[in-house]
Design a protein around this ligand. Structure first.
Ligand code: ATP
Ligand code: SF4
Ligand code: MG
Length: 438
């Protein structure tokens, strides 16, 4: 009896020897991935093609791991989904399922050196700067047609060509639209995309804003960094314009304030203003309303929806709040333990959920037309991300589990042209309706 107990206890501990082996293995792997990131990569190695031209982003079998002292955490373990241009995609799932790590992988912001994109692709349609043979950006100059009908460059007082200004007040450079694989892109090239083409709104604005700089300083810094050639006066004007756009009543006053002088809702509006400064094509919003009360939450969601229309971009909205997704998203991706387990249009997921986990999530949501003593709770826990089983990760919590479920991890099954699920229940074409009623 005591032998059993000591064996059970040992299962949860790592011996000194095991720990040394893990550390040695980790350092080898980390060295390999860090070296790979630093080597010179030619554009041909990361310029690629989209599987579907309608998409702005395509995650393809993405694996992002953390090499921790306790073992390898498979935070994102083969994630595949896409963000169609001009749409809002909601990513849902319980805490720790890999939502943030997926979005951080897209921004190349995974906490290195322990966190690394191990394999897979993140394809993104980007407007990249065209480079000359010496790797420099190619400016577009102002020109005019003279009296003989010949086009000539305009010159400034010192006889130099004048670079044309773009709509943001910065220099215009020759651009080219290319599909790039962010998972293979060198850090230097990624810097030209991050903030300009893709921007991110984090969950807690107080930790994202620097407490010792004014809101104006922080907005201007982003403008100066990403809009080359912008003047000091224009950058301030743009910052105030953005504060106005996100519904701040006194933008000039807020521009001079420090983050602690603003309310939570206002700070989140500032974060959105920073994200919008360079007219990005994609906004990644990681739980943008979790730290806010319900009325402010509704205002921020309205604002995001309104802004999406104005900038004609896409939003990847990460949340564990199904209500937020139902209100905002065109498409929904449900994640569980580092994998996508179901995806479809918002109607597919809300009206016809298929995976027992998605059905459980729906059941655990409070509704006004239903009286219950206690809310439904999905039994059990998410498996330990360090030792994931080979079978369906939801098996030990699943009330509908059958013999097949102990076999290999279930493949995706295309139930309708828009709706996919990774579950053995649908292998033989069992209908969604039967499942729900079952
Ligand atoms: N820096 C890190 N080091 C080690 N493990 C990490 C690190 N960051 C995240 N993880 C692990 O990766 C997994 C996924 O984390 P992630 O932050 O993506 O979850 P999430 O779905 O965003 O959860 P939440 O809803 O709580 O924000 C978790 O198991 C987490 O413990
Ligand atoms: S594959 Fe089996 S265990 Fe996994 S969710 Fe479907 S029914 Fe449940
Ligand atoms: Mg998160």
């Amino acid at each position: 009896m005591s032998d059993n107990r000591s064996q059970e206890r040992k299962k949860h501990y790592i011996s000194h020897k095991e720990s040394r082996e893990i550390a040695k293995e980790n350092s080898q792997k980390i060295r390999y991935f860090e070296k790979r990131k630093k080597r010179r990569v030619k554009p041909e190695e990361y310029v690629t093609e989209m599987k579907d031209d309608k998409n702005l982003v395509e995650f393809d079998d993405l694996h992002t791991f953390f090499f921790s002292d306790a073992g390898t955490v498979k935070a994102v373990n083969g994630v595949t989904f896409s963000v169609p241009a001009g749409s809002t995609v909601g990513v849902v799932g319980e805490s720790g399922c890999g939502k943030s790590v997926t979005s951080l992988s897209l921004m190349q912001l995974v906490q290195a050196p322990s966190g690394q994109i191990v394999s897979g692709s993140i394809r993104f349609r980007a407007d990249m700067f065209k480079l000359d043979s010496r790797g420099r950006k190619i400016p577009v100059y102002e020109s005019e047609v003279d009296e003989n009908g010949v086009e000539k460059f305009k010159l400034d007082a010192r006889g130099r060509k004048i670079i044309k200004k773009n709509e943001l007040g910065g220099n215009t450079y020759e651009m080219v639209t290319e599909v790039v694989d962010i998972a293979k892109m060198p850090t230097e090239a990624m810097r030209t995309i991050r903030g300009r083409e893709i921007s991110m709104i984090f969950q807690e604005p107080m930790t994202s804003l620097n407490p010792v700089f004014t809101i104006g300083n922080q907005l201007d810094e982003v403008g100066k960094l990403h809009i080359q050639g912008i003047s000091k006066a224009r950058v301030k004007e743009r910052s105030i314009e953005m504060l106005k756009l996100v519904g701040i009543a006194d933008p000039e006053g807020v521009y001079k304030k420090y983050p602690h002088e603003l309310s939570g809702g206002m700070r989140q509006r500032v974060m959105i203003a920073i994200a919008l400064l360079c007219n990005p094509k994609l906004i990644v919003a990681d739980e943008p309303t979790t730290a806010l009360d319900v009325t402010i939450q509704a205002q921020i969601l309205d604002l995001l929806r309104e802004i999406k229309g104005k900038i004609n971009g896409s939003i990847m909205l990460i949340t564990h709040d199904l209500g937020v997704v139902a209100e905002m998203a065109d498409y929904v991706v449900v994640m569980y333990a580092g994998k996508v387990i179901e995806m479809g249009t918002a109607e597919d997921i809300f009206d016809r959920p298929l995976h027992p986990y998605t059905i459980g999530l729906q059941k655990s949501k409070p509704t006004v037309d239903q009286t219950a003593d206690s809310l439904y709770c999905i039994p059990g826990f998410v498996p330990n991300p360090i030792n994931m089983p080979n079978y369906c990760y939801f098996r030990d919590r699943c009330e509908r589990c059958k013999a097949e479920c102990s076999g290999d991890y279930p493949e995706f099954i295309q139930v309708t042209p828009t709706h996919k699920v990774a579950c053995y229940l649908y292998k033989d074409g069992e209908s969604a309706k039967e499942e729900k009623n079952g």
